[in-house]
Design a protein around this ligand. Structure first.
Ligand code: PLP
Length: 388
């Protein structure tokens, strides 16, 4: 009776978290380098204004596209900050950026068609593509090229069956950040082959070096681009579950239809919180970025000192993607990230995410978004464990 017609593979990190949890329950201290979110309190500006609003207004259903005032604020924030030209009618408020991705693949992915996903990738892309009957085509990028996908690699991966390209700028897990010209060149190739481009831009405000180029800012390509945005990372609001899906006007009605018949809308109270956050967008994003920049710098300097290496600071996002060999792993463990991370958990009580989970073997993802002192202690423990 219960034979699933569609299943989602479990995340590779689940078993590490379960083990870490068990260790904590036994009273062991566990050092966590897996945080996928800025570990910061809710910004006081947001708390005060939201409390006031909640005391004055009942929390009713919102329209399935999202509160119209929020869609206006979001598009004006993006247009002002990233030189896009979105109208509120080209924006859906979703339950995090993740549900925006779900809506796009559920609505537009043709079963059997290929979706190009550069690796290392954020774990959700290939899972969602497969779930909706597409074929993820994983194309590795190179560390020497800053883990950035090139127009040549894109061109070489396209077949008659390719329908979409997924880009993640700024990138999880590598912090890769594309320039305006690099994005332009990729979009030109996508246009020459009539591909849809799904551009995941949820880390756009967490940029530490250089400026940010949104795929949505190229007017000539706007008709083939979906932008995934979110309050989660840039505003340190992961648990509120407010994200945005932006796309061409004509593409929006079926996306809104699916959201309406599935989620209804994301929580009205969370949308108010997002409205307040967006009305202080520059203050809050600057606060999150400055905090995260300090943690990144502390992490990079601790890593360089402890391992005696020269580490280039990630240009964006919340993670360092490190070769296992750089940390001192040798031979088999240096090329088996699952076993290496298991070793770190058992021997150093440090939880990390294996590169293989991002489709890239031989590396480990370490988040610097948590407490800087604990990050340094975790790195010291890794080093001690791997001493010959
Ligand atoms: N995209 C990337 C690259 C992410 O790393 C994450 C979360 O880790 C998301 C999207 C999902 O974010 P949200 O909380 O907005 O659903």
């Amino acid at each position: 009776m219960f034979s699933p017609q569609r299943t989602m593979p479990p995340s590779l990190t689940v078993s590490f978290h379960a083990q870490a949890h068990q260790m904590k329950e036994k009273g062991q201290t566990v050092y966590d380098l897996t945080a996928g979110e800025a570990k910061l309190p809710t910004h006081p500006l947001l708390l005060e204004a939201l409390q006031e609003q909640l005391s004055q207004q009942p929390v009713y259903y919102a329209s399935s596209a999202g509160l119209s005032a929020l869609r206006e604020q979001t598009t004006s924030w993006l247009n002002r900050t990233y030189q896009t030209s979105y109208a509120p009618s080209e924006c859906l408020v979703t339950a995090g950026g993740k549900f925006g991705l779900y809506l796009v693949f559920a609505t537009y992915l043709k079963p059997g068609s290929e979706v190009i996903v550069p690796s290392p990738y954020w774990v959700t892309y290939p899972s969602l593509v497969s779930y909706f009957g597409g074929q993820p085509v994983i194309v590795p990028t190179q560390e020497e090229q800053g883990f950035k996908f090139t127009p040549e690699a894109l061109q070489a991966s396209i077949t008659d069956n390719t329908q979409m390209l997924v880009l993640n700028n700024a990138g999880n897990p590598t912090g890769a950040l594309y320039t305006h010209d690099e994005i332009a060149a990729l979009l030109d190739v996508a246009a020459a082959h009539d591909l849809l481009v799904v551009s995941d831009e949820v880390y756009s405000a967490l940029v530490y070096e250089g400026s940010y180029a949104s795929c949505g800012s190229f007017d000539q390509h706007k008709a083939r681009v979906f932008v995934i945005q979110s309050c989660s990372k840039s505003f340190a609001m992961t648990g509120w579950r407010v994200g945005f899906l932006l796309g061409p006007q004509e593409a929006m009605p079926p996306l809104q239809g699916l959201q309406s018949q599935s989620l209804t809308s994301t929580s009205t109270a969370s949308q108010w919180a997002a409205q307040i956050a967006l009305s202080h967008a520059d203050t809050i994003t600057t606060w999150v970025r400055d905090e995260m920049r300090q943690r990144r710098d502390a992490f990079v300097s601790a890593c360089s000192d402890i391992f005696n290496i020269s580490l280039r600071p990630p240009a964006s996002a919340l993670y360092a993607f490190l070769p296992l060999s750089l940390l001192g792993f040798h031979e088999e463990l240096a090329s088996n990230s699952m076993r290496a991370c298991q070793h770190l958990l058992e021997q150093a009580q440090v939880v990390t995410v294996p590169g293989v989970g991002f489709g890239y073997e031989g590396y480990v993802r370490c988040s610097f978004a948590g407490n800087p002192e604990q990050n340094t202690e975790a790195l010291q423990r890794i080093h001690q464990t791997l001493q010959p």
